[in-house]
Design a protein around this ligand. Structure first.
Ligand SMILES: [Zn+2]
Length: 314
C-alpha cells in the first residue's frame, strides 16, 4: 500500500468520520448532558472514547460502515484520549488500554484496504487554565502520540484544536515521533479567527512551518460555511489542504454548532443533508483540497456522498 504522504501527493485522499456523535446517537458514547451543561468548560465535557474498551463491537461496526462507504483512511477513535481529558471523565487509569485498543480495532477492520490514523485533539487545559498550562498539555499530547505510534498508526490527525499555541505544541510532538501529521483547527464562534486570535491564513502558515503534512479545518461548520476559510488557507500555503466539516447548519451570528442551543441534545433539528457533502466533494477537489473527511453529524451516508462528489469532479 502507498504511504500516506505519497497518496496525498498523487490524489484526493478520502477519510471518514465523525465517530463520537454517531456513537452517542447509537447509545455507546456519553455526551455528559445528563449531568452538566456540556461546553461550559466547567464540567467533564465528556464525549470520551471509552467505547473502544466497553463496546468494541459497536466501534468495529462503525469502522466497517465507513470503509464500505469508500474511506481510504480509518481514524482510530482516540479523540479526547489524552490522560488529562480521560482523567476528568473517570477513565484516566485506562489511558493506555483505550488508545491501544482503539488502534487495534481500526487496524483489524482496515486490513490492507485502508490506512489507520491516530486522532489527537486538544487537552482542554488551555481553555480551562490558560496559556501557562501549555507545558502540561505538551506532556499529555506527547504521551498519547507515543501510545499511538507504539500501537502502529500510519499517521496522525491533529484535530479540533481551538488555540494555535496548543496546535504548535502538538505538531512539535508529532515531529518528534516521526509520524506524518494532518493538522486541522476548529474556528469558533466565527470562522474569522481561532480562540487565540489568529486568522485561518496565519494558522495555515504556522502549522505548515511546524511540519504538518496537510493543514486545514475540521468540525464546527457545515461545508458551505467552512469553504471560505479553507480558501483563505489555500491561498496562504503550498502544502495539501485538509477538510473535515460537520453536518450541522450554523447561523450568520454563530458559525459553530457546538455554541448553538441545539448542541448536544437537539442536533437533529440542525442536521444538513448528505447532498451538501456531495457538492462539497466536487468543489473541494476542484479547489485543490487533498484530504477530505467528515466530522460531527456525518455517518457513512455522508462519506459515500463525499466520495461520489470527488468522483464526479473527475
Ligand atoms: Zn466534530
Amino acid at each position: 500500500m502507498k504511504s500516506f504522504t505519497q497518496r496525498l501527493r498523487d490524489e484526493v485522499v478520502l477519510g471518514d468520520g465523525g465517530y463520537l456523535i454517531e456513537l452517542e446517537r447509537r447509545g455507546y458514547v456519553d455526551s455528559g448532558s445528563g449531568r452538566e451543561r456540556v461546553g461550559t468548560g466547567r464540567g467533564s465535557g465528556q464525549f470520551t472514547p471509552e467505547v473502544a474498551i466497553e463496546n468494541p463491537a459497536a466501534l468495529r461496526q462503525l469502522h466497517s460502515e465507513f470503509l464500505d462507504a469508500g474511506a481510504q483512511v480509518l481514524q482510530a477513535l482516540t479523540f479526547f484520549g489524552t490522560r488529562e481529558k480521560l482523567n476528568r471523565a473517570g477513565y484516566g487509569s485506562q489511558t493506555e488500554q483505550i488508545n491501544e485498543t482503539a488502534v487495534k480495532l481500526a487496524k483489524e477492520v482496515a486490513g490492507d484496504r485502508a490506512l489507520v490514523a491516530g486522532s489527537v485533539s486538544r487537552t482542554q487545559l488551555v481553555e480551562r487554565e490558560g496559556p501557562e498550562s501549555l507545558g502540561k498539555a505538551r506532556d499529555h499530547i506527547a504521551e498519547q502520540i507515543r501510545l499511538l505510534k507504539d500501537a502502529g498508526v500510519d499517521f496522525l490527525i491533529l484535530e479540533t484544536f481551538f488555540h494555535l499555541a496548543e496546535m504548535e505544541v502538538a505538531l512539535d510532538a508529532a515531529a518528534a515521533s516521526g509520524l506524518p501529521a494532518v493538522a486541522t483547527m476548529s474556528f469558533r464562534p466565527l470562522v474569522t479567527q481561532c480562540s487565540d486570535g489568529h486568522t485561518p491564513a496565519e494558522c495555515a502558515r504556522v502549522m505548515a512551518e511546524h511540519g504538518a503534512a496537510a493543514v486545514g479545518a475540521n468540525c464546527e461548520q457545515d461545508p458551505r460555511r467552512m469553504l471560505p476559510l479553507l480558501r483563505e488557507m489555500r491561498a496562504a500555503v503550498k502544502i495539501p489542504l485538509a477538510a473535515q466539516p460537520a453536518a450541522f447548519q450554523t447561523t450568520d451570528e454563530c458559525h459553530s454548532f457546538t455554541r448553538l442551543p441545539a448542541f448536544p441534545d437537539d442536533l437533529e433539528t440542525i442536521q444538513i443533508s448528505r447532498r451538501e457533502f456531495e457538492e462539497f466533494g466536487k468543489v473541494a477537489k476542484s479547489e485543490g483540497i487533498g484530504y477530505l473527511g467528515g466530522c460531527c453529524g456525518c455517518n457513512a451516508a455522508y462519506i459515500r456522498a463525499l466520495a461520489r462528489g470527488v468522483a464526479a469532479a473527475g
